[in-house]
Design a protein around this ligand. Structure first.
Ligand SMILES: O=C(O)c1[nH]c(=O)[nH]c(=O)c1I
Length: 311
């Protein structure tokens, strides 16, 4: 059966990839991702210079998912650009996604200029939704700031660009965000980033479980699947069809992938479940997805993508 997905001019042999931030912060992890059976991979959101990030413990697995306040630790933009250039050189015709999360408009524009002027052939993900840099409000929750950075970016950036969005919880916000995004020739929109500033409590110790921000952190995993599916569906039904949707949130099985695809996702990312179990999750989930498609008599994803029925 056919598992192909397409974004911009690229075709991927299957819809699965990692979520930025998971299994992608250094060369060792990125090598495991590139050698896995995922359809593609994305690098950890980069800042112009290397960042240590927040004090540990800053990522904790909890029964129904994960909580994190990493604080944007990364090896710096040049590392991820060089890794990507080497990857496309060693794998002609293959490309990866490169994520950026500048701490300011200037940082983001600087990185976009470098990418534009480089030989990078892949897709760029502008992360508008990092919830864990103390004192920095998420751009994705500031509609004016979102419009401004995209206006500035598209004045010069000529390569495929996607944005990583936080979850929204109100139809007025879906409508307003979609109206902004539809103004720009985006390759894709990635929904969702972690559900920001949740709190997980260890009742034995009567304490929080992560050190930064008095224990407040982004929530991922099974907890967030209904919100992730809703955001994928809301933007799929509102954005013009040449802006694809990448689905991210709560994926642990082929069934979860099937749900994201029904909502309209073109690619589906795995974060918490990958962090917990490693890159063999891609083999497992591809097998499960294929079984579901066989049982339902689907030969390709296009036969059911986006076809979620209302009652
Ligand atoms: O704390 C982080 O590094 C982080 N953590 C997240 O849950 N989402 C993000 O986009 C980022 I940049």
């Amino acid at each position: 059966i056919e598992l192909k997905s397409k974004i911009a001019q690229f075709e991927f042999e299957n819809p699965l990839m990692n979520a930025s931030g998971v299994w992608c912060e250094n060369a060792e992890k990125l090598d495991e991702m590139k050698n896995s059976s995922s359809g593609s991979f994305v690098t950890k959101s980069a800042t112009p210079q290397l960042r240590e990030g927040n004090p540990s413990p800053r990522y904790v697995e909890v029964p129904l998912g994960s909580i994190n306040s990493m604080g944007l630790p990364n090896l710096g933009f040049d590392f991820y650009l060089n890794y990507s250039l080497k990857f496309q050189e060693e794998n002609p015709g293959k490309i990866n996604f490169l994520s950026i999360a500048g701490m300011s408009m200037e940082d983001n524009l600087e990185m976009l200029h470098k990418l534009n002027d480089s030989d990078f052939k892949g897709l760029t993900e502008l992360n508008l939704s990092c919830p864990n840099v103390p004192g920095k409000p998420q751009i994705g929750y500031d509609f004016e700031a979102t419009e401004k950075i995209l206006e500035k970016a598209f004045e010069f950036f000529k390569k495929p660009l996607g944005v990583k969005l936080p979850p929204y919880f109100d139809f007025a916000h879906f409508d307003e965000m979609a109206e902004i995004l539809n103004q720009f020739p985006l390759a894709y929109v990635n929904c969702i980033n972690s559900v920001g500033n949740g709190l997980y409590i260890d009742t034995e110790n009567e304490s929080v479980v992560i050190k930064p921000k008095d224990g407040f952190g982004g929530i991922g995993g099974a907890y967030v699947k209904p919100t992730a599916l809703a955001n994928v569906r809301a933007f799929y039904t509102r954005l013009n069809k040449n802006i694809k949707i990448i689905g991210c949130g709560g994926v642990e099985s082929g069934k979860d992938v099937f749900e994201h695809l029904l909502c309209g996702a073109e690619m589906v990312q795995i974060g918490t479940h990958l962090a917990r179990n490693g890159v063999q999750v891609f083999d497992k989930i591809l097998t499960e997805l294929s079984e579901i498609m066989n049982q339902k008599g689907y030969n390709s994803i296009d036969e059911f993508r986006g076809k979620l029925k209302s009652l």
